[in-house]
Design a protein around this ligand. Structure first.
Ligand code: C2E
Ligand code: MG
Ligand code: MG
Ligand code: MG
Length: 283
């Protein structure tokens, strides 16, 4: 009997596995086609300077509108893209598209807007990373002083030697570096001290609860103070309410980003957003 049920379990397991494999296979195939079929787009979310009240930056966030699955959030396909190697052409498309869009905004009325682009772990770890960035800069002609690369804490800490070297090369090209999702990984002081970075991006999980949770508020306060004493700027992501905004102002956080200011939106909507934006939004 035990043997029988054991065998049944085995069969169930194998079937589940094979359907998962099949799903992944389909996902990879569709992901591959997505590039050719032009199914990706970028949405843009505003970043505001709490002192001046101005929109100073924008984060590009990828969207996949798939005929098979509908809108697929990046958290669901970026991991597969990394496994299958498709992250290489996807990242290239993202960076190029973001640069071209930035140049359009620059030529319109927003010459100092800084564009932030998320960099995947696999891309960052590749040996030719900075050369690759350089090639996109050359191809598009974008001003590197208006570009910021977001690298997660977890990615940065994996191989410190590589990270230090790569980031040095990137900074040498003139770009800014932000450490994304800060607080969710090792949050090592060594990371902040050794890496040539400009900005710390406090993870939205701390911001979400900071109004009600003393511990989260204490962490946010400490990260801001620590970053400032190391000469780094701080941006809070996931700001959804007025209360958080006021708290962050009191803590002298430099920049904020979140639904309170605006959700990620298509480029046209973002253009309209900055045109009609008033500093009263954060006053
Ligand atoms: P992230 O870089 O930390 O981006 C912030 C995420 O929080 C975005 O989710 C954004 O839509 C969401 N968000 C912004 N404001 C708020 C808010 O007030 N409340 C809440 N609850 N959420 C907010 P999204 O767009 O789904 O992206 C998820 C993650 O996928 C990103 O996290 C980033 O790690 C990755 N990702 C997005 N675009 C790209 C890309 O072009 N390339 C790579 N490699 N990764 C990307
Ligand atoms: Mg980011
Ligand atoms: Mg983040
Ligand atoms: Mg995140």
């Amino acid at each position: 009997k035990a043997k029988e049920s054991g065998r049944n379990q085995m069969i169930v397991y194998t079937e589940e596995l094979s359907s998962k494999v099949k799903q992944n296979y389909n996902l990879s195939t569709n992901l591959r086609k997505a590039i050719e079929r032009n199914e990706f787009s970028l949405h843009y979310q505003p970043q505001v300077d709490l002192r001046s009240g101005s929109v100073i930056g924008v984060e590009a966030l990828i969207r996949w509108n798939s005929p098979e699955y509908g809108m697929v959030p990046p958290g669901e396909f970026i991991p597969y893209a990394e496994e299958s190697g498709l992250i290489v052409p996807i990242s290239k498309w993202v960076l190029k598209e973001a640069c071209l869009q930035l140049m359009k905004w620059q030529a319109q009325r927003f010459p100092t807007l800084v564009m932030s682009v998320n960099i995947s772990a696999q891309q960052f770890r590749s040996a030719g990373f900075s050369k690759w960035i350089k090639s996109v800069l050359d191809e598009t002609g974008v001003d590197p002083n208006l570009l910021c690369l977001e690298i997660t804490e977890t990615t940065a800490i994996q191989d410190m030697e590589h990270s230090v070297q790569m980031l040095k090369e990137i900074v040498h090209l003139g770009l800014y570096i932000a450490i994304d999702d800060f607080g969710t990984g090792y949050s090592s002081l060594v990371l902040l001290k050794r890496l040539p970075i400009h900005m710390v991006k406090i993870d939205k999980s701390f911001i979400r609860d900071m109004s009600g949770d003393q511990d989260d508020a204490a962490i946010v306060k400490a990260v801001i103070a620590m970053s400032h004493s190391l000469g780094l700027s701080v941006i809070a992501e996931g700001v959804e309410g007025r209360e958080q905004l006021e708290q962050l102002k009191t803590l002298e956080c430099d920049y904020i980003q979140g639904y309170y200011l605006g959700k990620p939106m298509p480029s046209d909507a973002f253009t309209a957003y900055i045109q009609s934006y008033s500093k009263d939004a954060v006053r």
